[in-house]
Design a protein around this ligand. Structure first.
Ligand SMILES: Nc1ncnc2c1ncn2[C@@H]1O[C@H](COP(=O)(O)OP(=O)(O)OP(=O)(O)O)[C@@H](O)[C@H]1O
Ligand SMILES: [Mg+2]
Length: 158
């Protein structure tokens, strides 16, 4: 069984704030699997996630689409991966996914994780973003039993 929450965010800042709230609850060893169409806000969510993991605000978090993986140092290490240009899950392993996931003080965020589902660990936190209106996105976050993210349920924008 999994726990789930669904919220509407009404601006880029709210998307980042939700990502930061999730990041603040992570303790290391987690995988955050993001899905949703082009421009849904996956990268903006990860920008917030990075702040919640203690990545300094001066450090810009940008899309890893072309470099495939970027690494940021904070309270926990953030590995930010994009599966958009990958042919299959095997390429994620070639990037060192297993080694990243094995680090107890790291969090792995994967954009377009639904393109490489075999590589997403069973206990991953899934974040699905969808367009509602120009600035409005619906964000569904699902996590497995034993992942203590219940505090997220009380998340309020602003
Ligand atoms: N509430 C919102 N949250 C996030 N982005 C928003 C929101 N409202 C508008 N936007 C716009 O939508 C776009 C989201 O871009 P972003 O790069 O985060 O999407 P993405 O899902 O990572 O796309 P890609 O699939 O290309 O990686 C940006 O242009 C941003 O300004
Ligand atoms: Mg992106």
């Amino acid at each position: 069984m999994t726990a789930e929450m669904e919220v509407l965010v009404r601006s880029v800042d709210e998307t980042r704030a939700l990502g930061a709230a999730l990041g603040g609850l992570l303790t290391g060893g987690e995988c955050v699997a993001l899905e949703g169409p082009l421009g849904a806000g996956k990268t903006h969510f990860v920008q917030g996630l990075a702040r919640g993991l203690g990545v300094p605000a001066e450090e810009p978090v940008v899309s890893p689409t072309f470099v495939l993986v970027r690494e940021y140092g904070g309270r926990l290490t953030l590995y930010h991966i994009d599966s958009y240009r990958l042919a299959d899950s095997a390429e994620l392993y070639e990037l060192g996914l297993a080694e990243m996931l094995a680090q107890p003080d790291a969090v792995v965020a994967i954009e377009w994780a639904d393109r490489t589902p075999e590589a997403v660990p069973a206990g991953a936190v899934w974040v699905a973003l969808a367009h509602v209106e120009a600035e409005v996105r619906r964000v569904a976050i699902a996590w497995g039993d034993g992942v203590r993210l219940g505090a997220l349920r009380g998340w309020q924008a602003g």
